[in-house]
Design a protein around this ligand. Structure first.
Ligand code: ME8
Length: 647
């Protein structure tokens, strides 16, 4: 089995994890599961970065020792990773003995080679980024310098004896490496940034501190500690036994993929390869650089106080829902703005309405019409062949997207296919087939095809939705988790009745209002709790006058058509008894235009008109809606008078 060694950054322990950390780690987990699906033996490493001034300061502010703070934060990281279903293989801490000795080993090796030498550093230092600020950086009038990484002005000037790494000697070698490996950093735009940075010229880098106590001591000079970035980057090799350069190290190094956001690109794509070249070690194969999650156009970060705690989402949504949203909404190269509305819509629409609904309708019908197990006979038509053929094409395209870590694109195509399956149900109307005994083989073919399509799609979704995928396999009694158009044993017994993604009520979610506790400028919409039914107390009850405010009348559908480029919308022309008007309704996945033309339905006549996809909708069609938001439109008897009032 080919190996795949995959890493996330090791996170600082100055504070609890937020959605940015969760995103990178989920991305790594999705890649691990995907690579396993493709037959790789994966080693997934994550962990924590525990040394340096940033942690020292944070701990002392809280009256703790740095190790004590680190211990409590490690617990928080590990708990969150467990809740989010992160299947890492190893968790490294930079305070681990093995790591400390490994860092000393690589430091000594580079020093022996002559690429680490003693000198003196004088300049500014950004504690937040653990970054030496060059003298060329912008200077403010009060003598501060602006950190090129985070943009904060810092007054922290240091002058100390320290060791330098001869980075200036590696510019040419790095440029040659980038030229020979143009995909070393992906996406390409980030590779270009790295090349320009190196072309501007590299200066030697201070790699020890004499004024920082909380760090790895320099071998042979314990007055000095090793610079936290030299220490942290080495985790990728110390975790796999660089110390003993054992069989394990030989079989795993070089790493196949380092994942991170763009904030730490310079450290990984310039410093790290230079350290490795100096130590005579092979360079990692690839670095995947994603964008930032923003809030109000600003990077979410602990220091900006605009971070989202994943636990707030976990109160209402499953880990799979969070994993799905993050993978569906972020495109690797770009930043993403986090919005609660976007989150709730995406989850309710794709996972509840489209995916869970497809599974529950299909299994519900198999239960109802075939008592949960199929008979042998099935009469297929070209429609079913088409569903299979389109799946085969879909799988190819999705694997291609996933190979390039474009999970958002792959998911988009998967959900187009899921929607086409929902449309197929409406088109073939299994409930009508079920009326005639002679149609039974046709009905069996339809439901079997749906079951096979669901199981096949389920595999493609499994890296992103691992819990749900296991449930779906359980429902269909189909344990095979592999790729391809799935077979369904003739005797396969289905166990329906499981709600995969219960719909989350936006009102309840927003009413909490604590999602961004630091500064949620726009207050969430105020909501009144809905009555919980008879006996719920007086607050929820309404007067007859309130009811009378809503004018409900019988209308006849004169014409109906699909709204262009809106999968879910139908545009209806209706006669209300007093006028003819247009309505737009989100029912197209479940009703075809011809199902409704000539039918008598109920509408709310005095609803404020609203524009949907540029069409003015004057009123609202009444429909019942199930947990998956599937509409059921009450159709009145043909002789009901148009314009009759419901009261
Ligand atoms: O930089 N959007 O640790 P760190 C997307 N210890 N990803 C984000 C994010 C956001 N708003 N905020 C954080 C360090 N991340 C060093 C790393 S590695 C040898 C040492 C993610 O706790 C993203 O992966 O500041 C980013 O690169 C990382 O967390 C920074 O985590």
């Amino acid at each position: 089995m080919p190996k795949f060694y995959l890493t996330t950054p090791i996170y600082y322990v100055n504070d609890v994890p937020h959605i940015g950390h969760a995103y990178t780690t989920i991305l790594a987990d999705v890649i691990k599961r995907y690579k396993q699906l493709r037959g790789f033996q994966v080693m997934f490493l994550t962990g924590t970065d525990e040394h340096g001034q940033k942690i020292e300061r944070s701990a002392s502010k809280q009256g703790l020792g740095p190790k004590q703070l680190a211990d409590s934060m490690v617990k928080r990281f590990k708990e969150l990773w467990q809740t989010l279903n992160i299947d890492y293989d190893q968790f490294i801490r930079t305070t681990d003995e093995e790591h400390v000795r490994g860092v000393q080993k690589i430091f000594a090796k580079v020093r022996e080679k002559g690429d680490i030498y003693l000198g003196e550093y004088a300049g500014h230092y950004c504690i937040s980024c653990e970054n030496f600020i060059p003298d060329s950086a912008e200077e403010t009038t009060d003598g501060k310098r602006t950190c090129p990484d985070c943009g904060r002005a810092t007054a922290n000037r240091v002058k100390e004896k320290c060791y330098f790494f001869r980075l200036s000697a590696y510019g040419g070698k790095l440029l040659k490496f980038y030229e020979e490996n143009p995909d070393f950093v992906t996406p390409r735009s980030r590779m270009n940034e790295v090349v320009s940075f190196v072309k501007m010229g590299l200066r030697d880098l201070s790699v020890t501190r004499s004024t920082v106590k909380w760090g790895v001591p320099v071998p042979g000079d314990p007055q000095q500690t090793i610079y936290v970035w030299f220490d942290a980057l080495a985790n990728y090799i110390t975790a796999i036994d660089y110390l003993n350069e054992s069989e394990r190290f030989a079989s795993l190094w070089p790493a196949d993929l380092h994942i991170m956001a763009k904030d730490i690109l310079k450290y990984h794509a310039v410093y790290w390869p230079a350290f490795l070249l100096a130590a005579g070690l092979p360079l990692p194969k690839k670095e995947l650089i994603h964008g930032w999650w923003l809030k109000d156009e600003k990077k979410m970060s602990k220091s900006s106080g605009n971070v989202l705690d994943p636990h707030i989402l976990l109160k209402h949504f499953s880990a799979d829902a969070i994993r799905y949203f993050l993978m569906r909404e972020a495109s690797i190269g770009a930043d993403g703005n986090f919005s609660h509305e976007g989150f709730i819509n995406r989850v309710n629409t794709d996972l509840t309405n489209d995916w869970a609904n497809l599974v529950s309708r299909t299994t519900g019908m198999i239960e109802k019409y075939f008592a949960n197990s199929f008979r042998d006979t099935a009469r297929y038509t070209v429609k079913e062949d088409e569903i299979r053929d389109r799946y085969v094409e879909l799988e190819k395209a999705v694997l291609d997207n996933f190979d390039q870590y474009q999970f958002n694109r792959g998911l988009e195509s998967i959900f187009e296919y899921v929607n086409s399956l929902n449309r197929y149900i409406v088109e073939v109307q299994p409930w009508n087939l079920a009326k005639e005994k002679e149609n039974e083989p046709r009905l069996a073919a339809v439901l079997k095809t749906l079951a096979r399509a669901i199981l096949s799609v389920n595999t493609l979704l499994s890296p992103i939705l691992p819990d749900t995928a296991a449930k779906v396999r359980g429902i269909f009694n189909a344990p095979d988790p592999g790729l391809g158009w799935k077979d369904l044993p003739e005797t396969s017994a289905i166990q329906p009745g499981m709600q995969l993604f219960p719909r989350v009520d936006g009102k309840v979610f927003f009413a909490e209002g604590d999602a961004f506790p630091a500064k949620e400028g726009a207050a969430p919409p105020a909501t009144t709790p809905l009555p919980q039914g008879i006996g719920a107390g007086d607050e929820g009850l309404i007067e007859i006058q309130d009811f009378k405010k809503v004018q409900m009348v019988v209308a006849r559908v004169l014409a109906a058509e699909k709204v262009e480029k809106a999968d879910k919308l139908l545009q209806l022309k209706i006669d209300t008894g007093s006028d003819t008007r247009t309505l737009v309704a989100g029912i197209a996945l479940f009703y075809k235009p011809e199902d409704l033309v000539g039918r008598k339905i109920i509408i709310v006549k005095n609803l404020k008109p609203a524009k949907l996809r540029g069409i003015l909708s004057q009123g609202m069609i009444l429909a019942a809606s199930d947990a998956g938001n599937r509409p059921y439109i009450p159709i009145l008897p043909d002789d009901t008078p148009v314009g009759a009032i419901l009261k």
